[in-house]
Design a protein around this ligand. Structure first.
Ligand code: HXC
Length: 256
């Protein structure tokens, strides 16, 4: 029984829908455990050929859950290896697709980038706004975004927290296609069904081959990023950034 996601299957497609509408699908540890467990179960299921992850019309996911992270100390996040569980999604061997409408920010953008194919509705907005909270991406964003869109744009997005719309994301190579919002789920299901109709082992090998080009030394980058992400919890600015969000006010960073 899942509480934060809805798990469904459409013929040979496994469908995972993020379902915390009141928090714009913010990613708690529970969401992580449920998404990863559902994806792994589909991965083991011989009747499934592709896995589709989606959110709501307003938000794919507005980031890691700031309220859950706010009280954590550096040692809390370092010792529990906060969010390392998401790495298991990258190890799912069947093709995965993210269908994104609305906000895909911070951890939400990173979750979408963990998938093999990223389809966007024309309402999608992507960004890595962690810097506004006094932290940096922690689920691979600094590595995968840079590989997807290049250094210039990744640097700008990570340093300013600016969002990019679907059209810019497609131009930059982050998403494979943009479709009208009301077509997103049907279109994504169709794409997933097409993939699921192919030879499963061949599709898995094709995925492995493409990833080989994309991923060399990614693991190193992710580990490096995670340790730095954990270290941001040792700063006063992280405490201030998250407190300001929760208290609905502008942050006053002291640069310490
Ligand atoms: C917790 C969140 C949240 C988040 C939104 N909410 N995003 N709660 N964590 N990331 C909650 C709000 O507090 C609010 O709850 C409700 O969802 C609706 O959000 P609003 O802000 O009222 O909606 P709106 O005005 O439409 O603005 C949408 C928004 C904004 C622009 C997406 O919510 C926003 O800026 N969210 C934070 C985005 C962000 O910084 N993401 C990165 C997180 S850090 P209440 O209870 O008030 O109704 C991150 C780290 C990744 O992801 C690395 C970790 C390892």
């Amino acid at each position: 029984m899942t509480e934060t996601i809805i798990v469904d299957r459409k013929d040979r497609v496994g469908l995972i829908t993020l379902n915390r509408p009141k928090a714009l699908n913010a990613l708690t540890l529970q969401v992580m455990h449920e998404v990863v467990a559902a994806a792994q179960e589909f991965d083991r299921d011989p009747g499934i050929g592709a896995i589709l992850i989606t959110g709501s019309a307003k938000a794919f996911a507005a980031g890691a859950d700031i309220k859950e992270m706010q009280p954590q100390s550096y040692l809390d996040v370092y010792l529990s290896d906060w969010f390392a569980g998401w790495d298991a999604l990258a190890r799912v061997r069947k093709p995965t697709i993210a269908a994104v409408a609305g906000y895909a920010l911070g951890g939400g953008c990173e979750l979408a980038m963990l998938c093999d194919i990223l389809l966007a509705a024309d309402t999608a907005k992507f960004g890595q706004p962690e810097i506004k909270l006094g932290v940096i991406p922690g689920i691979g964003g600094s590595q995968r975004l840079t590989r997807a869109v290049g250094k210039a744009k990744a640097m700008e997005l990570c340093l300013t927290g600016r969002m990019m719309d679907a059209e810019e994301a497609e131009r930059a190579g982050l998403v494979s296609r943009v479709v009208p919002a009301d077509r997103l789920l049907d279109d994504a299901l169709e794409t997933a069904a097409t993939i699921a109709s192919m030879s499963l082992p061949t599709a898995m090998m094709a995925k492995e081959a493409v990833n080989r080009a994309f991923e060399s030394s990614l693991a190193e980058g992710i580990l490096f990023e995670r340790r730095l992400f954990h270290a941001t919890f040792a700063t006063a600015d992280q405490k201030e950034g998250m407190a300001a969000f929760v208290e609905k006010r502008a942050p006053h960073f002291t640069h310490r």
